[in-house]
Structure formats: C-alpha cells, structure tokens
Design a protein around this ligand. Structure first.
Ligand SMILES: [Zn+2]
Length: 331
C-alpha cells in the first residue's frame, strides 16, 4: 500500500503529465489553424513582441514609461480585436487558441495559490478509496445508514441493556474512534453473525477515508490466505513478501473483518499476534470484527498470549437475535 505522501506525489506527477499533454495539444491545434489562417500566427508573434516590449519598459526604469505602456496596451487591444474578428468570420471559437484544462480553476496544477484545489482533493480521495478495498461496500454501509430500528428495544436481563441501546452505544463509540483517530485505540468488535459488526467496520472505514486517512480493509480469510501463500512460497518471491508485510504496516488503519474459524491454527494466531504487535510499535491502529468472544479466544490459545493480545483492544460486544437485523447485516 502506498503511503499518503506517495499517493500525493503520484497525483502531482499525473497533473504534470496532463499539463504537458494539454500544451502539446494546443500546439498541434495552432499549427493546423495557422496553416489555414496565417494572419493568426502573425498576430500571435506581434502580441508576444508587445509583451516583451512592455516588460522591458517596466523593468528598464525609463523616466515616464506610463504613456508608452498605455500605447502598447492600445496596440494589444487592436490585435486582439482583429484576432476575434478572424475567428468569428471563420466560425471558430476563441477557445481553440487556449490550453484546454481539465480543471480551469487550477489550470491542472492542483493548486490555487497555496490552497489545494477541490479537484486535487477529489483525486486524493479516489486513490485512498481505491487501495482500501471498500469502495463498493461503503456506498451503502456508512454511519448515515445505520438503522437502530432493526434492534430490539427490550432489555436483556443478562446484559442489562437492550440490543438497541447497546447498538447505539457502540455506534457512538465508533464515531468517537474516528474523531479521536490516532490516539492509540484498537477495537475488537465481536458478537453473533448478522448483528452489524461488518457494517460498523465499514462506517469507520468510510469516515476515516473521507478525512484523508489510509485504510486497508481485509476479511480474515483474505489476510490469512495471503499470509499462508507467502509462507509456503517464500523462496519464490521474497521481494513480494516484503512488500506485503510493508503494506500491512503502512495503512493508518487495518481492518480485519470476520475473524472466525480461520483463527484456529497456531500459524494464523501467531501471524495475527505479530501483525497487531508490529502495528502497535508503528503506532498504527487495528479494528477486528469477529464472532469469537473473549472466552472463546481464551479457550483457543494459552491464556497468557491471548490476554496480552486482548489487552491491546477495546472490546465492543454486539448482542441480540432480531431476525431483521440478521437479514440486513448478514453476508
Ligand atoms: Zn483544480
């Protein structure tokens, strides 16, 4: 995964390329036009001469350049007028003689003064989305669409709160996570299937991407498949393995969704522990969604390892059995 700075540089390089291309297009257009209407080329040459003269006057410190400058401006106007008439007589748009920028606001530089142009911000966002893996999901799954009415409002005696009240609590916690992002918090969202864990992960991904953070979203299945591939073909592609390790580290947030039965071999567990630990050292956040509760996790591995692992996470439990929720959130 590219870092934000790398993405940024890549975009500015694209802008450079685009401008070069647009200027070349103009040159070709002019060549064709001037072949047909040579007077237009003369006008351009004369105008550029006037420009040079004006500049020389301004810089040259002549006693009273103002009068001459006014004179040059007048000549310039006359030439512009003639050019407009030629174009109009031939039914041609004056735009033919201008660079045709994709974004006229910033002239494809990405900047208006020192401010980033909206087009640059949009490009940056696009690339962040592209590499996050979540583009399609978060169109429909985001904080705005979280539907509390799907949860039962009846208090659970065991939990001391209703599934609905609990979902609201978790929703607020997820919002705060986004707001305070970068303060070292990691989330472990757990609970039964189809209760909104993935949905909440997507909400978090979307808001952070929108704030310009890098997010990498992987299902546990994708993550472990890739890690296993690397382990068993290590000699083939050591560079590739290094890149992948780097990628797992670079995103500001790594989301591992739907951790379940994959997490049952020594290999997958130790890899997961390693990733969480490496990311902690790099001060990068992790959000995990899983249908395994802390008790189940504890029963899979030694208490010592698991407690240390769980100690890195704030635990957020979904509960409830509303069939409507299951229908909406299940995948
Ligand atoms: Zn722009």
């Amino acid at each position: 995964m590219a870092t934000r700075t790398q993405i940024f540089r890549e975009i500015l390089r694209e802008y450079d390329g685009l401008r070069t291309e647009k200027v070349a297009e103009l040159r070709e257009r002019k060549a064709m036009l001037y072949a047909r209407l040579p007077r237009l080329e003369e006008i351009e040459r004369e105008m550029s001469l006037l420009g040079t003269k004006t500049a020389r006057l301004v810089l040259g410190g002549t006693a009273d350049p103002q009068e001459m400058i006014d004179q040059l401006k007048k000549e310039q106007k006359i030439l512009e007028q003639e050019r407009s008439e030629i174009l109009a007589a031939n039914h041609l748009s004056p735009k033919l003689l201008e660079v045709e920028y994709v974004c006229p606001k910033c002239k494809d530089t990405g900047y208006i003064g020192t401010e980033q142009c909206i087009c640059l911000k949009r490009h940056l966002m696009d690339k962040l989305y592209d590499q996050s893996n979540v583009r399609d999901m978060i169109k429909v799954e985001n904080f705005d669409n979280f539907d509390f009415s799907l949860y039962s409002g009846v208090q659970s005696r065991e939990e001391g709160i209703s599934p609905k009240g609990n979902a609201e609590k978790l929703y607020r916690r997820a919002l705060a996570f986004v707001e305070e992002f970068g303060n070292g918090a990691n989330l472990l969202i757990y609970g039964g299937t189809g209760l909104g864990k993935t949905f909440l992960c997507n909400c978090i991904a979307k808001d952070l991407l929108e704030k310009g953070h890098t997010v990498l979203y992987l299902t546990a299945g994708q993550l472990f498949r890739k890690l296993e591939e690397q382990r068993f073909h290590k000699d083939d592609d050591e560079e590739d393995a290094k890149d992948w390790d780097q990628e797992l580290l670079e995103a500001e947030l790594l989301i591992i969704d739907d951790l379940g039965t994959e997490f049952s071999t020594i290999f997958t567990a130790s890899e997961l522990f390693r990733i969480v630990n490496d990311r902690k050292l790099a001060k990068k956040a992790v959000v995990i969604s899983t249908n395994l509760g802390p008790t189940e996790l504890m029963s899979l591995y030694s208490d010592r390892v698991t407690s240390r692992f769980l100690g890195e996470f704030e635990q957020m439990k979904f509960f409830g059995e509303d069939i409507r929720i299951i229908k909406k959130y299940q995948r």
